[in-house]
Design a protein around this ligand. Structure first.
Ligand SMILES: *Cc1c(COP(=O)(O)O)cnc(C)c1O
Length: 458
């Protein structure tokens, strides 16, 4: 018999979690105004709000916390990280930052100006935010298959070369300062981009003289999918695949809270010295001196170590395998999910799950509340509340997909937890016919309302 995969680590420190009663949860969620962001974390049994900064560090990462060199300039922890970025990604220049969005802020300050066009696959919200804040426009060139949850495509994060070239032809080159390729593509469900597509996008960018920048928060999970799904890469290591992926890019921004398995941190990397120098000024202004960029020395060390661990095949097999395990379990109960499952999360199709709840009553949020009440599991709505209102008409924007995202933290939960989550959702699914009322908004902020929205039951 072939041996199955298993986590390449054992547990040394545990953090108790409290299993509450339904009565307790009824009262807590009401107090939280039916907004899961308002819950105290000790009122959550299994927390799938995000995989960002929620991973468990290894004993080697914790050792780096102790070894951290807190010198203002020239910290040894900085040089440790610099070596890893040079060797792993093949990028000669880098700047640390306190998060991924801070790296975006620094890099985009050096690259984007008003009226610019920034194409790519589906841009992440903070990336889009930093583009639009500069009065530039993000153009989504993702392949059409990505927007259908039911059809299988191994690389739903891919860019449509036709859509991209159309954009390159439509606007003058000087209006397109960069192309952003998000690997894996968070917005389309943690879906990967193939090496062939990376190569083709890179060639098209070169043809038009446009720099290609990776939004690389989950580059290691992307490399794992290339290894397991794309022919010619079966026998390459994750680190070799990573090096090849980045060889096609001119630069990258990184949220280390994802695939580098740290609780805080980010960076940008690039090949061009002039761009690095320009960005350095913004780094000093917004983040800190170029050898710490808003992070403590100990964070830089833990990040360097995390990049090495996060690009180990055995770890990734267990990581992505756990997400797929939850997906399969849900499918076996008939729960409609986005297929195939991505690298970091399972997305439940709330429109199909709760057809009796009108879309005006926020199907995905209603499902998120039902799941919390059922089992104390916290997911997050990726639907109408997140989509905000149209800035001109102030009408709700109804996105094509109304999803409940279950993001799995790295190295934190066991497959027993996955079984528990699946059973909780299956129980809600069983009584779905009786759920025909949703929620209405009592308070909302003018933008980014999902974080602070207050809701009431209809
Ligand atoms: C999380 C994320 C970011 C932003 O990073 P933060 O560390 O949360 O600021 C940018 N892009 C992608 C694809 C992400 O997943």
């Amino acid at each position: 018999m072939n041996l199955p995969f298993a986590e390449p680590f054992k547990i040394k420190v545990i953090e108790p979690i409290y299993r509450s009663s339904r009565e307790e949860r009824e009262s807590w969620i009401k107090e939280a105004r039916y907004n899961l962001f308002n819950l105290r974390s000790d009122r959550v049994f299994i927390d799938l709000l995000t995989d960002s900064g929620t991973g468990a560090m290894s004993q080697y990462q914790w050792s780096e916390i102790m070894l951290g060199d807190e010198s203002y300039a020239g910290s040894l922890s900085y040089f440790k990280l610099k070596d890893v970025i040079n060797n792993l990604l093949g990028m000669p220049y880098f700047l640390p930052s306190h998060q991924g969005r801070a790296a975006e802020n620094v890099l985009f300050s050096a690259m984007i100006k008003e009226g610019d066009i920034v194409p790519g696959n589906s841009h992440f919200d903070t990336t889009k935010g930093h583009i639009e804040f500069r009065r530039a426009k993000a153009v989504d060139c993702t392949i059409d298959e990505s927007f259908n949850t039911e059809i299988y495509h191994p690389f739903k994060g891919n860019v449509s070369l036709e859509k991209l070239e159309e954009t390159y032809k439509k606007y003058p080159t000087e209006k397109i300062p960069l192309c952003v390729l998000t690997i894996t593509c968070n917005t389309s469900g943690g879906q990967p981009v193939s090496m062939q597509n990376i190569k083709d996008v890179s060639a098209l960018c070169k043809k038009y003289g446009i720099p290609l920048i990776f939004d690389s928060a989950r580059f290691a999970e992307n490399a794992y999918f290339i290894k397991t799904r794309e022919s010619g890469y079966e026998n390459k290591t994750i680190k070799e695949i990573t090096k090849e992926m980045f060889s096609y890019a001119d630069g990258a921004t990184m949220s280390s809270k994802k695939d580098a398995i740290v609780n805080i941190g980010g960076f940008l990397a690039c090949r061009d010295k002039e761009l690095f120098q320009k960005a350095s000024t913004y780094c000093i202004m917004f983040e800190g001196f170029v050898t710490y960029g808003g992070l403590a020395g100990r964070d830089l060390g833990a990040l360097a170590q995390g990049l090495m661990e996060g690009t180990e095949f055995d770890y990734l097999e267990a990581r992505v395998g756990q997400v797929a395990y939850l997906g399969e379990k849900l499918k076996s109960y008939g729960v409609p999910i986005q297929q195939p499952t991505g690298g970091h999360a399972v997305f439940v199709d709330a429109k199909k799950f709760l057809p009796n709840v009108p879309k005006e009553e926020y199907q995905a949020q209603t499902l998120a509340i039902e799941l919390y009440l059922e089992g104390g599991v916290r997911g997050v709505e990726i639907g109408t509340i997140l989509a905000d209102r149209d800035p001109v008409s102030r009408e709700n924007r109804y996105p094509a997909l109304e999803l409940l995202r279950l993001a799995i933290p790295r190295r934190v939960y066991t497959n027993n937890h996955m079984d528990y989550i699946a059973a909780s959702l299956a129980n809600v699914y069983e009584r779905r016919d009786k759920i025909n009322k949703g929620l209405k908004i009592a308070y909302e902020a003018p933008i980014m309302r999902h974080f602070t929205v207050e809701l009431e039951r209809v």
